[in-house]
Design a protein around this ligand. Structure first.
Ligand SMILES: Cc1ncc(C[n+]2csc(CCOP(=O)(O)OP(=O)(O)O)c2C)c(N)n1
Length: 378
């Protein structure tokens, strides 16, 4: 039997109930389960929502807001709970800075989900409890939620410790998306979508290239359209694909390696670029597909519009970096990067948007990894 709750809470009621009790600002990284709350905040209280690059950073931002007298809320997917463990345990706990967490519950036992959510789904409540964070499932009824929020506030005030509501699938109803809210502004000629950019990259790459794909729709589209043993789909650990690719590249001789990254993922672990830059003699073609949004979780904006990734790459030691926004320039850039070798960044401006019927990966992650390992030896 499915444990998916019928949506009972409107995103606006969640935001209003929190604001009425003095909570804010809000910060975090989206999950589709909480996407409606972020969209509501962006539309109705943009001054009160800070886009964070990763969940640990969001907790630290919230801790700072608490020091300044506010009552911050951190929004995150339970995948990102791992990113928060250090600041929750050694910052919030140590300094007694209570923050309210809205943590989604991907991989809830009994509720079918993707493999990368299975373990974290099983341990989410226990992990929070182990960090001495009181937690409970988000109530479906607004009145009950209001009462539980009062209890959470009292607990946080009395103990100085965080409190978490765990948000199951379907608990929050969709919030209508404001028109034109995601992705780069319309341009002429129009930008490619991610699937078209992936097609150009794969066609241009040396067929022997080992290709690592980031979390979300990038990995799903690559698998649907261009599955091959030389592909590795990094379905979880958002932000780690470029480091995985560097690890592969540093330990495989005479084999081109490329990574398809996302702007949200690259920002989540921007430090990875510093290591790629330091290892700039290693052949790694870093292709960053930038749609200025977390498109895989519903199109919430990332901070990429204000980030010059090519300047970052050059500053940290990449051999070359360039922006492209059309199919021909992308093809030429990939051919050039593979010919020249070393660490190369290609930042591809793409439009947000993808096939609404995009499926889930057919290949189980352990099989995909084993197949990739085998391909490296060929
Ligand atoms: C640590 C972590 N936080 C959040 C998520 C949820 N999540 C999965 S894909 C994704 C968006 C990725 O954005 P981007 O890299 O820009 O790629 P796009 O979806 O736009 O192709 C998010 C937030 C996750 N999987 N892991």
């Amino acid at each position: 039997m499915s444990t998916v709750a019928a949506p009972k809470l409107a995103a606006r009621s969640v935001v209003d109930l929190l604001h009425d009790r003095g909570f804010g600002p809000f910060t975090g990284v989206p999950c589709s389960f909480l996407g409606p709350v972020i969209t509501c905040l962006e539309a109705e209280h943009p001054q009160d929502y800070v886009i964070a690059a990763n969940e640990g950073e969001a907790v630290a931002l919230a801790a700072g807001a608490r020091l300044a007298g506010r009552h911050p809320v951190v929004i995150l997917q339970n995948s990102g709970l791992g990113n928060t463990v250090n600041p929750l345990t050694s910052l919030c706990h140590t300094l007694r800075l209570p923050v309210l967490l809205l943590v989604t519950w991907r991989g809830r036992p009994g509720s079918p989900d993707e493999p990368q959510h299975e373990l974290m789904g099983r341990i989410t409540p226990d992990l929070l409890t182990a960090m001495e964070i009181r937690n409970e499932v988000l109530p479906e009824d607004p009145e009950v939620f209001a009462a539980r929020l009062d209890e959470a506030s009292a607990h946080m005030a009395a103990t100085g410790l965080p409190f978490a509501f765990i948000v199951p699938k379907g608990a929050i109803a969709p919030y209508p998306k404001p028109a034109g809210s995601a992705g780069p502004a319309e341009s002429a000629p129009p930008l490619m979508r991610r699937a078209e950019a992936i097609a150009e990259v794969v066609r241009a790459l040396d067929p022997r290239t080992l290709l690592v794909a980031t979390t979300g729709k990038t990995a799903r589209e690559l698998e649907r359209d261009w599955d091959r043993p030389e592909n590795l789909y990094v379905v979880g650990s958002m932000g780690c694909a470029s480091s995985v690719a560097l690890g592969v590249a540093m330990h495989t001789d005479d084999r081109p390696v490329a990574v398809l990254d996302g702007d949200g993922a690259a920002l989540m672990r921007l430090e990875a670029m510093t290591t790629i830059g330091r290892e700039s003699g290693t052949d790694l073609c870093h292709i960053l597909l930038d749609n200025e949004s977390y498109e895989s979780t519903g199109g919430q904006p990332t901070a990429s519009a204000g980030v010059d990734f090519c300047a970052v790459a050059t500053a940290v030691g990449y051999r070359a970096a360039g922006d492209v926004s059309d199919a021909r320039s992308l093809r030429e850039a990939v051919l050039r990067a593979e010919r020249d070798g070393g660490a190369q960044l290609i930042r591809v401006r793409i439009a947000a948007g993808s096939d609404p019927n995009l499926g889930r990966p057919a290949l189980r992650p352990p099989q995909s990894a084993a197949r990739f390992m085998e391909a490296i030896t060929q």
